[in-house]
Design a protein around this ligand. Structure first.
Ligand SMILES: Cc1cc2nc3c(=O)[nH]c(=O)nc-3n(C[C@H](O)[C@H](O)[C@H](O)COP(=O)(O)OP(=O)(O)OC[C@H]3O[C@@H](n4cnc5c(N)ncnc54)[C@H](O)[C@@H]3O)c2cc1C
Ligand code: SF4
Length: 325
Protein backbone atom coordinates (compact mmCIF):
# COMPACT_ATOMS: atom_id res chain seq x y z
CA UNK A 1 0.00 0.00 0.00
CA UNK A 2 1.25 3.46 -0.88
CA UNK A 3 1.51 5.95 2.02
CA UNK A 4 -1.17 8.66 2.17
CA UNK A 5 -2.04 11.64 4.31
CA UNK A 6 -5.23 11.20 6.36
CA UNK A 7 -7.37 14.28 7.04
CA UNK A 8 -10.05 13.93 9.72
CA UNK A 9 -12.29 17.00 9.56
CA UNK A 10 -15.23 17.42 11.94
CA UNK A 11 -17.21 19.85 9.76
CA UNK A 12 -18.72 19.15 6.35
CA UNK A 13 -17.42 22.42 4.89
CA UNK A 14 -13.87 21.50 5.95
CA UNK A 15 -14.25 18.03 4.41
CA UNK A 16 -15.40 19.59 1.14
CA UNK A 17 -12.53 22.09 1.15
CA UNK A 18 -9.91 19.40 1.75
CA UNK A 19 -11.64 17.03 -0.67
CA UNK A 20 -11.16 19.57 -3.44
CA UNK A 21 -7.36 19.14 -3.36
CA UNK A 22 -5.67 17.19 -6.16
CA UNK A 23 -5.17 13.42 -5.77
CA UNK A 24 -7.57 13.25 -2.82
CA UNK A 25 -10.39 10.79 -2.12
CA UNK A 26 -13.12 10.61 0.49
CA UNK A 27 -13.23 7.55 2.74
CA UNK A 28 -16.42 6.51 4.52
CA UNK A 29 -16.68 2.99 6.03
CA UNK A 30 -13.55 1.96 4.12
CA UNK A 31 -14.91 -1.51 3.32
CA UNK A 32 -14.18 -1.18 -0.39
CA UNK A 33 -11.56 1.53 -0.55
CA UNK A 34 -9.19 -0.04 2.00
CA UNK A 35 -8.99 -3.23 -0.07
CA UNK A 36 -8.25 -1.22 -3.20
CA UNK A 37 -5.53 0.73 -1.38
CA UNK A 38 -3.94 -2.47 -0.07
CA UNK A 39 -3.91 -3.91 -3.59
CA UNK A 40 -2.50 -0.66 -5.07
CA UNK A 41 -5.50 -0.35 -7.35
CA UNK A 42 -6.17 3.07 -5.83
CA UNK A 43 -3.19 5.22 -4.83
CA UNK A 44 -4.42 8.66 -3.65
CA UNK A 45 -1.99 10.99 -1.92
CA UNK A 46 -4.65 12.04 0.60
CA UNK A 47 -7.82 10.61 2.14
CA UNK A 48 -10.58 12.68 3.76
CA UNK A 49 -12.22 10.63 6.49
CA UNK A 50 -15.96 11.43 6.58
CA UNK A 51 -16.54 9.70 9.92
CA UNK A 52 -16.46 12.95 11.93
CA UNK A 53 -18.75 15.09 9.77
CA UNK A 54 -22.10 13.63 10.87
CA UNK A 55 -24.33 13.10 7.83
CA UNK A 56 -25.78 9.87 9.20
CA UNK A 57 -29.46 10.79 9.57
CA UNK A 58 -32.31 8.75 8.12
CA UNK A 59 -35.48 10.81 7.81
CA UNK A 60 -38.83 9.57 6.51
CA UNK A 61 -41.91 11.77 6.32
CA UNK A 62 -44.70 12.73 3.92
CA UNK A 63 -42.18 14.35 1.56
CA UNK A 64 -40.25 11.11 1.17
CA UNK A 65 -37.11 9.43 2.43
CA UNK A 66 -33.80 11.20 2.97
CA UNK A 67 -30.75 9.06 3.62
CA UNK A 68 -27.63 10.98 4.50
CA UNK A 69 -24.49 9.66 2.89
CA UNK A 70 -22.88 8.34 6.09
CA UNK A 71 -25.95 6.40 7.21
CA UNK A 72 -24.85 2.78 7.68
CA UNK A 73 -26.32 0.13 5.40
CA UNK A 74 -27.48 -1.90 8.42
CA UNK A 75 -29.24 1.08 10.03
CA UNK A 76 -31.11 1.90 6.83
CA UNK A 77 -32.12 -1.76 6.33
CA UNK A 78 -33.47 -1.94 9.88
CA UNK A 79 -35.34 1.36 9.80
CA UNK A 80 -39.07 0.69 10.31
CA UNK A 81 -40.28 3.38 7.88
CA UNK A 82 -37.89 2.16 5.19
CA UNK A 83 -39.15 -1.40 5.65
CA UNK A 84 -42.78 -0.30 5.45
CA UNK A 85 -42.70 2.41 2.77
CA UNK A 86 -39.69 1.44 0.62
CA UNK A 87 -39.24 -2.32 1.26
CA UNK A 88 -37.14 -2.81 -1.88
CA UNK A 89 -34.38 -0.70 -0.27
CA UNK A 90 -34.29 -2.80 2.90
CA UNK A 91 -34.36 -6.03 0.88
CA UNK A 92 -31.54 -4.92 -1.44
CA UNK A 93 -29.38 -3.91 1.52
CA UNK A 94 -30.04 -7.12 3.41
CA UNK A 95 -29.01 -9.08 0.31
CA UNK A 96 -25.69 -7.16 0.20
CA UNK A 97 -22.34 -8.29 1.59
CA UNK A 98 -22.36 -9.54 5.22
CA UNK A 99 -23.65 -8.13 8.54
CA UNK A 100 -20.12 -6.96 9.41
CA UNK A 101 -19.70 -5.10 6.10
CA UNK A 102 -23.20 -3.62 6.39
CA UNK A 103 -22.41 -2.33 9.89
CA UNK A 104 -19.46 -0.36 8.48
CA UNK A 105 -20.55 0.33 4.90
CA UNK A 106 -22.39 3.57 4.21
CA UNK A 107 -25.01 4.61 1.68
CA UNK A 108 -22.64 6.98 -0.16
CA UNK A 109 -19.81 4.43 -0.19
CA UNK A 110 -22.12 1.70 -1.43
CA UNK A 111 -23.21 3.77 -4.43
CA UNK A 112 -19.57 4.53 -5.28
CA UNK A 113 -18.04 1.09 -4.72
CA UNK A 114 -15.87 -0.01 -7.64
CA UNK A 115 -16.57 -2.95 -9.93
CA UNK A 116 -15.68 -6.49 -8.86
CA UNK A 117 -14.15 -7.29 -12.30
CA UNK A 118 -11.15 -9.43 -11.35
CA UNK A 119 -8.84 -7.78 -13.88
CA UNK A 120 -9.59 -4.35 -12.43
CA UNK A 121 -8.71 -5.50 -8.93
CA UNK A 122 -5.43 -7.21 -9.88
CA UNK A 123 -2.65 -4.86 -10.99
CA UNK A 124 -0.94 -7.81 -12.70
CA UNK A 125 -3.39 -7.37 -15.59
CA UNK A 126 -4.12 -4.57 -18.02
CA UNK A 127 -7.43 -2.78 -17.51
CA UNK A 128 -8.83 0.28 -19.28
CA UNK A 129 -10.72 1.33 -16.17
CA UNK A 130 -7.57 1.30 -14.00
CA UNK A 131 -5.06 2.35 -16.69
CA UNK A 132 -6.86 4.06 -19.59
CA UNK A 133 -5.70 2.76 -22.97
CA UNK A 134 -4.09 -0.42 -21.58
CA UNK A 135 -6.80 -2.77 -22.91
CA UNK A 136 -9.65 -4.91 -21.65
CA UNK A 137 -8.66 -8.55 -21.13
CA UNK A 138 -12.18 -9.39 -19.89
CA UNK A 139 -13.78 -9.12 -23.32
CA UNK A 140 -11.99 -12.25 -24.54
CA UNK A 141 -11.29 -13.62 -21.07
CA UNK A 142 -13.11 -14.32 -17.81
CA UNK A 143 -16.43 -12.55 -18.25
CA UNK A 144 -19.03 -14.85 -16.69
CA UNK A 145 -19.89 -12.23 -14.02
CA UNK A 146 -19.68 -9.23 -16.34
CA UNK A 147 -22.24 -7.08 -18.12
CA UNK A 148 -24.46 -7.93 -21.07
CA UNK A 149 -25.96 -4.42 -21.26
CA UNK A 150 -24.23 -1.06 -21.65
CA UNK A 151 -20.75 -2.40 -22.40
CA UNK A 152 -18.35 -1.01 -24.99
CA UNK A 153 -15.24 -2.27 -26.76
CA UNK A 154 -13.32 -0.69 -23.88
CA UNK A 155 -15.08 -2.14 -20.83
CA UNK A 156 -17.87 -4.55 -19.88
CA UNK A 157 -17.55 -4.35 -16.09
CA UNK A 158 -20.75 -4.86 -14.11
CA UNK A 159 -21.95 -2.30 -11.61
CA UNK A 160 -21.88 -4.08 -8.26
CA UNK A 161 -24.25 -2.21 -5.92
CA UNK A 162 -27.58 -3.83 -5.01
CA UNK A 163 -28.83 -0.64 -3.38
CA UNK A 164 -28.29 1.33 -6.59
CA UNK A 165 -30.65 -1.04 -8.44
CA UNK A 166 -33.41 -0.51 -5.87
CA UNK A 167 -32.89 3.27 -5.95
CA UNK A 168 -32.99 3.24 -9.75
CA UNK A 169 -36.40 1.57 -9.68
CA UNK A 170 -37.60 4.21 -7.20
CA UNK A 171 -36.38 7.24 -9.20
CA UNK A 172 -34.14 8.37 -6.34
CA UNK A 173 -32.22 11.63 -6.54
CA UNK A 174 -28.67 12.18 -5.27
CA UNK A 175 -27.73 15.37 -3.49
CA UNK A 176 -24.18 16.42 -4.38
CA UNK A 177 -21.92 19.10 -2.91
CA UNK A 178 -18.56 20.58 -3.78
CA UNK A 179 -16.63 23.40 -2.11
CA UNK A 180 -17.51 26.74 -3.71
CA UNK A 181 -20.48 25.36 -5.71
CA UNK A 182 -24.19 25.43 -4.89
CA UNK A 183 -25.51 21.97 -3.91
CA UNK A 184 -27.05 20.17 -6.87
CA UNK A 185 -29.40 17.24 -7.31
CA UNK A 186 -28.97 14.54 -9.93
CA UNK A 187 -31.45 11.71 -10.61
CA UNK A 188 -29.75 8.37 -10.05
CA UNK A 189 -30.75 7.39 -13.59
CA UNK A 190 -28.40 10.15 -14.83
CA UNK A 191 -25.65 9.69 -12.23
CA UNK A 192 -23.82 6.66 -13.63
CA UNK A 193 -22.07 6.95 -17.01
CA UNK A 194 -21.78 4.23 -19.61
CA UNK A 195 -18.14 3.19 -20.15
CA UNK A 196 -17.88 4.24 -23.81
CA UNK A 197 -14.24 5.10 -24.53
CA UNK A 198 -13.61 6.38 -21.00
CA UNK A 199 -14.50 3.59 -18.56
CA UNK A 200 -12.37 5.22 -15.86
CA UNK A 201 -15.04 7.96 -15.53
CA UNK A 202 -17.92 6.17 -13.85
CA UNK A 203 -20.25 8.94 -12.69
CA UNK A 204 -21.08 12.59 -13.30
CA UNK A 205 -19.39 13.56 -10.01
CA UNK A 206 -16.99 16.47 -10.47
CA UNK A 207 -13.51 16.39 -8.92
CA UNK A 208 -13.87 17.01 -5.17
CA UNK A 209 -17.64 16.55 -5.24
CA UNK A 210 -19.32 14.45 -2.60
CA UNK A 211 -22.63 12.63 -2.24
CA UNK A 212 -24.29 14.18 0.82
CA UNK A 213 -27.69 12.46 0.66
CA UNK A 214 -30.08 10.27 -1.28
CA UNK A 215 -33.68 11.44 -1.62
CA UNK A 216 -36.42 8.96 -2.47
CA UNK A 217 -39.91 10.23 -3.31
CA UNK A 218 -42.91 8.57 -1.68
CA UNK A 219 -45.23 6.57 -3.94
CA UNK A 220 -47.81 3.84 -3.84
CA UNK A 221 -45.49 1.81 -6.09
CA UNK A 222 -42.62 2.13 -3.59
CA UNK A 223 -44.80 0.70 -0.83
CA UNK A 224 -45.41 -2.33 -3.03
CA UNK A 225 -41.83 -3.02 -4.08
CA UNK A 226 -39.64 -6.12 -4.06
CA UNK A 227 -36.00 -7.12 -4.67
CA UNK A 228 -34.78 -10.48 -5.91
CA UNK A 229 -31.10 -11.34 -6.10
CA UNK A 230 -29.81 -14.48 -7.81
CA UNK A 231 -26.21 -15.48 -7.08
CA UNK A 232 -23.83 -18.41 -6.99
CA UNK A 233 -24.30 -18.93 -3.24
CA UNK A 234 -27.04 -17.84 -0.88
CA UNK A 235 -25.17 -15.10 0.98
CA UNK A 236 -22.02 -12.96 0.92
CA UNK A 237 -21.97 -12.95 -2.88
CA UNK A 238 -22.52 -10.41 -5.63
CA UNK A 239 -25.48 -10.77 -8.01
CA UNK A 240 -25.42 -12.79 -11.18
CA UNK A 241 -28.74 -11.10 -11.86
CA UNK A 242 -31.06 -9.08 -9.66
CA UNK A 243 -34.40 -7.38 -10.18
CA UNK A 244 -36.12 -4.53 -8.37
CA UNK A 245 -39.81 -3.97 -9.02
CA UNK A 246 -42.20 -1.31 -7.70
CA UNK A 247 -45.85 -1.61 -8.71
CA UNK A 248 -48.97 0.45 -8.18
CA UNK A 249 -51.83 -1.85 -9.12
CA UNK A 250 -55.46 -0.73 -8.99
CA UNK A 251 -58.34 -3.07 -9.82
CA UNK A 252 -55.78 -5.50 -11.20
CA UNK A 253 -54.41 -2.90 -13.63
CA UNK A 254 -50.82 -1.66 -13.54
CA UNK A 255 -50.77 2.13 -13.04
CA UNK A 256 -47.21 2.89 -12.03
CA UNK A 257 -44.66 0.25 -13.02
CA UNK A 258 -40.93 0.50 -12.27
CA UNK A 259 -38.49 -2.25 -13.08
CA UNK A 260 -34.68 -2.21 -12.77
CA UNK A 261 -32.01 -4.90 -12.97
CA UNK A 262 -28.59 -5.51 -11.47
CA UNK A 263 -25.71 -7.84 -12.32
CA UNK A 264 -26.37 -7.37 -16.02
CA UNK A 265 -25.42 -3.77 -16.79
CA UNK A 266 -22.39 -1.53 -16.66
CA UNK A 267 -24.64 0.64 -14.53
CA UNK A 268 -27.88 -0.13 -12.65
CA UNK A 269 -30.24 -0.89 -15.51
CA UNK A 270 -33.80 0.36 -15.85
CA UNK A 271 -36.03 -1.79 -18.06
CA UNK A 272 -38.44 0.62 -19.82
CA UNK A 273 -39.39 -2.09 -22.34
CA UNK A 274 -40.90 -4.17 -19.51
CA UNK A 275 -42.58 -1.16 -17.89
CA UNK A 276 -44.18 -0.06 -21.17
CA UNK A 277 -45.53 -3.55 -21.82
CA UNK A 278 -47.40 -3.52 -18.50
CA UNK A 279 -48.54 0.08 -18.05
CA UNK A 280 -52.35 0.30 -18.16
CA UNK A 281 -52.69 -3.48 -18.64
CA UNK A 282 -54.37 -6.09 -16.49
CA UNK A 283 -51.48 -7.73 -14.62
CA UNK A 284 -52.44 -11.36 -15.21
CA UNK A 285 -49.82 -14.06 -15.58
CA UNK A 286 -49.83 -13.95 -19.38
CA UNK A 287 -49.14 -10.21 -19.34
CA UNK A 288 -46.30 -10.61 -16.82
CA UNK A 289 -44.72 -13.37 -18.89
CA UNK A 290 -44.99 -11.42 -22.12
CA UNK A 291 -43.53 -8.28 -20.54
CA UNK A 292 -40.64 -10.07 -18.84
CA UNK A 293 -39.72 -11.81 -22.10
CA UNK A 294 -38.69 -8.34 -23.34
CA UNK A 295 -36.23 -7.71 -20.48
CA UNK A 296 -32.72 -6.92 -21.64
CA UNK A 297 -33.50 -5.87 -25.21
CA UNK A 298 -30.26 -5.04 -27.01
CA UNK A 299 -28.10 -7.24 -24.77
CA UNK A 300 -24.59 -8.08 -26.04
CA UNK A 301 -23.26 -11.15 -24.18
CA UNK A 302 -19.50 -11.57 -24.11
CA UNK A 303 -19.00 -15.31 -24.34
CA UNK A 304 -19.39 -16.79 -20.88
CA UNK A 305 -22.34 -14.70 -19.74
CA UNK A 306 -25.10 -15.36 -22.30
CA UNK A 307 -26.98 -17.27 -19.58
CA UNK A 308 -27.70 -13.91 -17.95
CA UNK A 309 -30.20 -13.05 -20.70
CA UNK A 310 -32.43 -15.98 -19.72
CA UNK A 311 -31.81 -15.52 -16.01
CA UNK A 312 -32.74 -11.85 -16.28
CA UNK A 313 -36.11 -12.63 -17.85
CA UNK A 314 -36.86 -15.24 -15.21
CA UNK A 315 -35.77 -12.95 -12.36
CA UNK A 316 -37.95 -10.12 -13.68
CA UNK A 317 -40.93 -12.46 -14.07
CA UNK A 318 -40.61 -13.85 -10.55
CA UNK A 319 -40.20 -10.39 -9.04
CA UNK A 320 -43.24 -9.10 -10.95
CA UNK A 321 -45.28 -12.10 -9.81
CA UNK A 322 -44.27 -11.50 -6.19
CA UNK A 323 -44.97 -7.77 -6.26
CA UNK A 324 -48.31 -8.15 -8.04
CA UNK A 325 -49.60 -11.03 -5.91
C1 LIG B 1 -16.72 -9.19 0.95
C2 LIG B 1 -17.63 -8.14 0.44
C3 LIG B 1 -18.85 -8.48 -0.15
C4 LIG B 1 -19.69 -7.48 -0.64
N1 LIG B 1 -20.90 -7.82 -1.21
C5 LIG B 1 -21.72 -6.83 -1.68
C6 LIG B 1 -22.98 -7.12 -2.26
O1 LIG B 1 -23.40 -8.28 -2.34
N2 LIG B 1 -23.74 -6.09 -2.70
C7 LIG B 1 -23.33 -4.79 -2.60
O2 LIG B 1 -24.07 -3.88 -3.02
N3 LIG B 1 -22.14 -4.49 -2.09
C8 LIG B 1 -21.34 -5.47 -1.62
N4 LIG B 1 -20.13 -5.16 -1.09
C9 LIG B 1 -19.66 -3.80 -1.17
C10 LIG B 1 -20.01 -3.04 0.07
O3 LIG B 1 -21.39 -2.85 0.14
C11 LIG B 1 -19.24 -1.73 -0.04
O4 LIG B 1 -17.88 -2.04 0.23
C12 LIG B 1 -19.72 -0.67 0.91
O5 LIG B 1 -21.05 -0.36 0.72
C13 LIG B 1 -18.88 0.58 0.69
O6 LIG B 1 -19.25 1.54 1.65
P1 LIG B 1 -18.11 2.25 2.50
O7 LIG B 1 -18.80 3.28 3.32
O8 LIG B 1 -17.29 1.27 3.23
O9 LIG B 1 -17.28 2.92 1.32
P2 LIG B 1 -15.72 3.22 1.20
O10 LIG B 1 -15.00 1.93 0.99
O11 LIG B 1 -15.29 4.09 2.31
O12 LIG B 1 -15.72 4.08 -0.13
C14 LIG B 1 -16.08 3.51 -1.38
C15 LIG B 1 -15.89 4.57 -2.46
O13 LIG B 1 -16.84 5.61 -2.28
C16 LIG B 1 -16.21 6.89 -2.13
N5 LIG B 1 -17.06 7.59 -1.16
C17 LIG B 1 -17.53 7.12 0.00
N6 LIG B 1 -18.44 7.95 0.52
C18 LIG B 1 -18.52 9.01 -0.34
C19 LIG B 1 -19.33 10.18 -0.38
N7 LIG B 1 -20.23 10.45 0.55
N8 LIG B 1 -19.17 11.04 -1.41
C20 LIG B 1 -18.26 10.79 -2.39
N9 LIG B 1 -17.48 9.68 -2.40
C21 LIG B 1 -17.63 8.79 -1.40
C22 LIG B 1 -14.81 6.58 -1.68
O14 LIG B 1 -13.91 7.59 -2.09
C23 LIG B 1 -14.54 5.28 -2.40
O15 LIG B 1 -14.16 5.54 -3.73
C24 LIG B 1 -19.29 -6.13 -0.56
C25 LIG B 1 -18.08 -5.79 0.04
C26 LIG B 1 -17.25 -6.77 0.54
C27 LIG B 1 -15.96 -6.38 1.18
S1 SF4 C 1 -14.20 -5.10 -18.10
FE1 SF4 C 1 -13.60 -3.02 -17.53
S2 SF4 C 1 -12.84 -3.29 -15.45
FE2 SF4 C 1 -12.81 -5.33 -16.39
S3 SF4 C 1 -10.80 -5.54 -17.38
FE3 SF4 C 1 -12.16 -4.68 -18.90
S4 SF4 C 1 -11.78 -2.48 -18.70
FE4 SF4 C 1 -11.07 -3.40 -16.82
Amino acid sequence: MQAFHLAQPTMLLDALAIGNAADTKFIAGGTDLMQLLKDNVETPAQLVDLEGVGLSQIRADASGLRLEAMARMSDVAAHLDVRAQWPVIAQALEASASPQVRNMGTIGGNLLQRTRCGYFRDTGFNCNKREPGSGCPAIAGENRMLAILGGSDHCIATHASDLAVALTALDAVLELRRAGDAPRQVPITEFYRLPGTTPQIETVLRPGEMITAVIVPPSAAARNSHYLKLRDRASFEFALVSAAVALDVRDGTGRDIRVAAGGVGTRPWRLPEVEAALRGKKLNDDALREASSRAGEGARPAGQNAFKQILLRRAVLRTLQTASA
